[in-house]
Structures are given as C-alpha cells and as structure tokens.
Design a protein around this ligand. Structure first.
Ligand code: ZN
Ligand code: ZN
Length: 144
C-alpha cells in the first residue's frame, strides 16, 4: 500500500488518501476530532490541530458521529476551509498594511530629505544675498 492510499476499515477497498469516504461502501475515512471538530486522516493517532489523542473509543465515537451526520462532516470541513481562507485573507491584509506602511515610511524619508535639501538651498541663498549686499555696500562706500 502506497502512502497515497488508505485502506477502508470496513471493506478493505484501497482509497485515495484524499477521499473522505470509501468509494466502495461509503465508510468514512476521516476522524473528526471530538475536542475541536477538526477533520483528521483516519490513520491519525492524534489531532493535528489540538493534539487530542484518538483512542479507540474516541475513534469509534468520531466515526459514529460522521456516519450519523455526513452533513456535520461537510460543515466541519467547510468551517476549516473558511478558517483557512480567513487566515489567508488576514495574512494578505496584514501584508498589504505592512507594504503600505513601508511605502509611507519610504515616502516620509524622501520628503524629509527633500525638505532638508530645500532648507540648505534657502540658507545658501540667504548667505549669497547677504554677501552680495555687503559687497555692494562696500563698493558704494569705496566709490564715495
Ligand atoms: Zn469501504
Ligand atoms: Zn482537535
């Protein structure tokens, strides 16, 4: 049996590991964690989400629950997908915010540099004007 196949515990049909139910008899091939409702592979010894150990009783209960309400399983899977989508969205949002903030910071630095440059030019301009005025005054004074 390859890693990609899972053996149905009821009819021993080989199923794709991604199948949630046996293609032959419809037996559930997943375990819904009794603690956090996360869907785990039938071969899992403990919940990958919360670490809950699946003892025999827990597994039987979980399987029973799945068989009783397939809709519940689909809801659980749906909830996980929504959670993961939301998580991805949150990540994307925070990435976007971070990107925005970085751009804002970069723009601020550029703005600051520009301001400093302008201030420097203003000071240089003022000094040049002052020197020119002094020179003119001196020339006027000398020609009198
Ligand atoms: Zn089966
Ligand atoms: Zn769990």
């Amino acid at each position: 049996m390859s890693e990609d196949l899972i053996l149905c515990p009821t009819c021993e049909t080989e199923n794709d590991a991604l199948n949630q139910t046996c293609v032959s008899c419809g037996q559930s091939l997943i375990i819904v964690c009794p603690r956090c409702n996360t869907v785990n592979a039938l071969t899992a010894e403990q919940c990958f989400a919360c670490g809950q150990h699946f003892d025999t009783l827990g597994q039987i209960m979980a399987r029973h629950e799945i068989r009783q309400s397939d809709r519940f399983t689909r809801q659980a899977v749906g909830a996980i997908e929504i959670q993961q989508t939301e998580k991805a969205h949150t990540q994307a949002r925070s990435d976007q915010l971070w990107e925005k903030e970085r751009k804002r910071q970069a723009a601020l630095i550029v703005q600051k540099r520009e301001q400093q440059k302008q201030e420097k030019q203003l000071i240089i301009g003022a000094v040049v004007v002052a020197i020119v005025v002094i020179v003119i005054v001196l020339i006027i004074a000398a020609t009198r």
